[in-house]
Write a protein that binds this ligand. Structure first.
Ligand SMILES: [Zn+2]
Ligand SMILES: [Zn+2]
Length: 349
């Protein structure tokens, strides 16, 4: 396991000061095609949930949970921690599987997702942030996808460095054939398995395994942008919007430790208390043990402590302990995976 440690003097936040490039006043315009599409998705998903509870086979419900969880990890582990933040590196097989799972989630092509999220970190909660939480819960949750983009979002989006992503042939293949791949992987595959394997009706299967699942995973992801930017505590950095939200961590497989994440965005754990509502971190550590992930990055305990004392709002569980000069080691992939035993020479004779 190569858990890369970073030096204390490294610039921990990748946020930059926002300077506007456009001067014209901006009036938000609704993109009706998207707004109506989301309305249909949500109404269909409510009906799909009803069918899951009262009409479908239990096998279909279990299948929906499995693919829902796996597709969410395609977003969390793949798009977010591996590609956007380069918090660890994946082998070809890892990248292939994560791209497949991410496509199943139906959250646009990987290239666009990564660009938007890098921009979100760089210009967090300013008008250049695609889902600027200073505009409130609705806008940062779903509204941003229903409005024409602010000119600052468009202008600053062009400056986001995507050169590393453009070298990844799997991502570029997914970008080129996104619409076809979406129909095959996000719609057809989840719907046809219950139909062919245990005789679920095609209608039930589509409504539950495609519509309801997409709705649940999308809303889980959106809660990170809305809820975890508006409700919670800020033990690492009191000067930013993102907060620690146990609720969001629970529903998003560990993406709710958002004050930590925006303070140390390159940390593969995306939260200090690794295993607490953070199954994604456990999965990445396990992938590293099996050789499918490497170069895991972690914030050093002393970096975390210094941020807590310097910028935190005083709510860190070890606040008093830190103030008395105490130390504390957060959950680390390295602790769970001791170095391989040293080879000893065997003498024959
Ligand atoms: Zn955020
Ligand atoms: Zn992030």
């Amino acid at each position: 396991m190569a858990a890369t440690e970073l030096s204390n003097d490294m610039d921990v936040c990748d946020k930059v000061a926002f300077k506007p490039e456009t001067e014209k006043p901006f009036k938000a315009k609704i993109v009706w095609f998207n707004a109506i599409g989301f309305l249909i998705l949500h109404l269909g998903a409510v009906y799909g949930t009803y069918l899951a509870l009262f009409a479908a086979s239990w096998k279909t419900v279990i299948w929906t949970f499995i693919i829902g969880y796996l597709s969410a990890e395609g977003v969390t582990i793949g798009a977010h921690r591996m590609y956007t933040h380069k918090a660890f590196k994946g082998t070809y097989a890892t990248r292939l599987v994560l791209n497949f799972l991410f496509t199943m989630a139906g959250q646009n092509c990987m290239w666009v997702w990564v660009r938007d999220h890098r921009q979100h970190h760089r210009y967090s909660d300013t008008v250049a942030d695609p889902h600027d939480a200073s505009k409130g819960f609705f806008f940062s949750h779903i509204g941003w996808l229903m409005y024409k983009k602010h000119p600052e979002v468009l202008a600053k989006g062009k400056n986001i460095d995507m050169s590393d992503i453009e070298k990844d042939e799997i991502v570029m293949f997914q970008k080129k054939y996104y619409k076809t791949l979406y129909v095959l992987i996000s719609m057809a595959f989840p719907t046809l398995i219950p139909y062919y394997c245990w005789g679920e009706s095609l209608f039930n299967s589509f409504m539950i395994c495609y519509l309801a699942r997409t709705f649940i995973v999308l809303n889980g992801t959106w809660c990170v942008n809305s809820w975890a930017h508006l409700y919670g505590v800020k033990p690492y950095n009191n000067d930013i919007y993102p907060m620690e939200s146990e609720f969001v961590a629970l529903i998003s497989s560990g993406e709710g430790w958002h004050n930590f994440h925006h303070t140390f965005p390159w940390d593969f754990r995306a939260g200090e208390f690794g295993k607490h509502y953070n199954f994604s971190a456990t999965v990445i550590a396990q992938l590293a043990k099996w050789g499918f992930a490497y170069d895991l990055k972690e914030a050093k305990p002393e970096m975390i402590k210094s941020r807590v004392l310097k910028n935190g709002d005083g709510t860190h569980p070890k606040q008093a302990h830190f103030q008395k000069g105490g130390e504390w080691a957060p959950w680390s992939a390295k602790v769970d995976s001791p170095a391989p035993p040293k080879r000893t020479s065997i003498s024959h004779g």
